[in-house]
Ligand binder design. Structure first.
Ligand code: UGA
Length: 438
């Protein structure tokens, strides 16, 4: 079967490469010439473990191609996956202009029946509106079915998630489209991936609800970490999270405290769901509270630095980790970037390092007051304080003695709780964790 993927962002690329690996013939398209040219040259625009390898393998086998020739790709396939960007607009809701443009392009180029699969995260009701628009074609024009097929890929483990999903959600009113979708994902069906066949509206809502629930869990544990801090050294949020997680009704995942959730999904989707629900006159207060808690959680890190350093102006602070999470170079809504911005405004000099996100962070933060370093030990040189903002594995095993020798001061703020507080104390640090102490 031939499929076309529109949009070679993170979702489009992983989906296209993954579908090719499942044995389909995939054309990944984009309106951005330059991006397609560099993909044709074998350059992958995002850092995603395992992606380069499956792209190379499937291109070699002739199952995956990159192209800007959208009309041709659409004519040659039965199914078009729409994975274009839906960044939030000024009202907090996704900007759907690219989705509408993609669907219009499909309608103009199609020479026969097509199934339009919406991968991009879109508000409830969008798939139905797109289907209505596609139906308003002149008599004799090709027929279309629309499917909402949200993605649940995590950045940093997207390839693994594609091949071992927790579920595949297929929202459509068409039996024919549902059958084709089942065929597309047949290899995953055979390994007993649960399939949820539902309406487009439920499928769209499932996506927002899943991310919002994760957001609620994180904000909940972050507030409890803050409470542990208030109680003092005898309360430890890690022991608490462990005990909570032993109850299968709660589960142990997404109970890691930190400076708040970032990235291109959880913050955007939980804010959007609050808006969507309000528009239906049905406020979602739990999600609203999670968003609100998250907006302020990174300030705890600043407070801990202020507490350790006495005052912030003219202090040198090493920031280790800039990506919104490990194994990605993505800095969208990264709390580390927010922390850098505030510290810089407070008059700190920053020395920063991230194993993958240096270039993307530099584009956001610029040069003023920033020292971009090539490794962690360089970043901590003569620093008054070091703050860990992303839990990259390589930071977990840093030599604390060497770290201490390189630094001028002794303040260690562990915003992701990745170090052993007792070891940090042994090497002479004043250790500040999130909801736990040395
Ligand atoms: C999230 C969802 O986990 C995916 O299922 C979904 O497909 C994706 O959004 C999307 O909508 O595309 P992602 O944004 O890649 O995936 O990252 P997560 O692993 O969910 O982490 C989000 C943020 O929460 C990160 O900043 C992370 O550090 C933070 N987090 C996560 C915590 O602070 N504590 C935790 O316990 C877990």
């Amino acid at each position: 079967m031939h499929v076309t993927v529109m949009g070679t962002g993170y979702v489009g690329l992983v989906t296209g490469a993954g579908l090719a690996d499942l044995g389909l013939t995939v054309s990944c398209t984009d309106v951005n010439d330059e991006k397609i040219r560099s993909l044709q040259d074998g350059q992958i625009p995002i850092y995603e473990p395992g992606l380069e390898e499956i792209i190379r393998r499937n291109r070699e086998r002739g199952r995956l191609a990159f192209s800007t020739r959208l009309p041709e790709a659409i004519r040659n396939c039965l199914v078009v996956f729409v994975a274009v960007g839906t960044e939030a607009g000024p009202d907090g809701l996704p900007d759907l202009r690219q989705v509408w443009a993609a669907v219009d392009m499909i309608a103009e180029s199609a020479d026969g029946y097509k199934i339009v699969v919406i991968k991009s995260t879109v508000p409830v009701g969008t798939a139905r509106r797109l289907a209505d628009r596609l139906r308003q074609r002149p008599p004799g024009a090709p027929q279309f079915d629309v499917v909402s097929n949200p993605e649940f890929l995590r950045e940093g483990s997207a390839v693994e998630d594609f091949f071992h999903p927790n579920r595949i959600v297929i929202g459509t009113l068409s039996d024919r489209a549902a059958a084709v979708m089942k065929d597309i994902y047949r290899p995953l069906y055979l390994i007993q991936t649960p399939f949820v066949f539902t309406t487009p509206e439920s499928a769209e809502l499932i996506k927002y609800a899943a991310n919002s629930y994760l957001a609620i869990k994180i904000s909940f544990i972050n507030e409890l970490a803050n409470l542990c801090d208030a109680i003092g050294p005898s309360a430890d949020v890690h022991v608490l999270a462990h005990a909570l997680g032993l109850d299968p009704r709660i589960g142990s995942k997404f109970l890691h405290p930190g400076p708040g959730f970032g990235g291109s999904c959880l913050p955007k989707d939980s804010r959007a769901l609050v808006r969507i629900a309000a528009a239906y006159g049905c406020p979602l207060r739990t999600v609203g509270a999670a968003v609100e808690v998250n907006e302020r959680q990174f300030e705890r890190v600043i407070e801990k630095l202020r507490q350790g350093l006495g005052s912030l102006p003219a202090k040198t602070v090493a920031v280790l980790g800039l990506a919104f999470k490990p194994n990605t170079d993505d800095v969208r809504e990264s709390r580390a970037v927010r922390i850098c911005e505030v510290l810089r405004r407070e008059g700190c000099l920053l020395q920063v390092f991230d194993p993958a996100a240096m270039a993307s962070a530099r584009r956001l933060l610029g040069e003023d007051g920033m020292g971009y370093c090539s490794e962690a030990y360089e970043a901590v040189k003569n620093a008054d304080a070091t703050v860990f903002c992303t839990e990259w594995n390589e930071f977990r095993n840093l030599d604390l003695q060497r770290l201490k020798q390189h630094m001028r001061g002794d303040v260690l703020v562990d915003a992701k709780n990745i170090l052993d507080p007792a070891a940090a104390k042994r090497w002479g640090f004043r250790y500040f964790g999130m909801g736990r102490s040395a």
